[in-house]
Design a protein around this ligand. Sequence first.
Ligand SMILES: [Zn+2]
Length: 309
Amino acid sequence: MKRDARVVRPECLVCSGSLGEHVKLPGLARCADCGFVTADMTVSDDELEQLYGADYFHGGEYSNYILEAPTLRHNVELRLASLAKCVENARAKSLFEIGCAYGFFLDLARRAFARAEGIDISEDAVRYARNTLGVAATKANFLDHGVGEGFDVYCLWDTIEHLREPGRYIEKIASVIAPGGILALTTGDIGSLNARLRGRRWRMIHPPSHLHYFSSQTLTRLLERHGFEVIMVEHPGVARTLRMIITGVLLLGKPKSRWRASLASFANRLPFGDWSVSLNLFDIMYVIARKLPSEQSSIPRYPMPLTSK
Ligand SMILES: [Zn+2]
């Protein structure tokens, strides 16, 4: 994971504009044309795979993902309820989740949909999802040929910000989704009041695990570029256990240190760590979009074609 000023930055994945150093948020780059914000670094696939090993879900981003199951299940229940309002006749539809982690959402979704499958980069998480929950999860790369094609509904919960090339994911979903299909995703909203007030200290800014920072405008523009129409934008509350909050405060985006790790591990064992509180800082957005039939997708692809005088 290196930041290299000599390397020409890639073009903006939202509008193909040019990225420059973010004046107010050091370490991030901003598109001069559409305002999209991204981490100013290059990360390889191998580095990402290492980042999302078993450590990520146990002591990395989460103190212990399995321990958080009741709270995480509660959160995905709410997401499923909002999704159900936008999908007609779900019981006849198929759903594919990219970044399914330990399979808590798939476990619920398979009861509401005819078929629910998912993939994740984490071997440890997929093993738990398959062996303990018995859901159809596999370790796979969505961008590989033949992976996750032809489903009616695609979900990415808190995943798009982690992807190295989210534009390619949206592009592939647009090309393999069933006609009239639905794409549902959640991610931080850098245009939210809380993100703007917190600046570089906003809790969602921690590259390299979070690489991209969308606002509702830049996310909508990316989706429209690939022939989707946004039909819902919400800022739902998220339940967290006290343990998750303590881990977040101590470890997220912080330099590795022994005392932080020991304190987090201590917090992990506290009896009240299980207490769950629902918080809404209105800085997490939940977006649902529908794929327009290609003939209706009149939205031009960016960059706009030059008109001759
Ligand atoms: Zn842009």
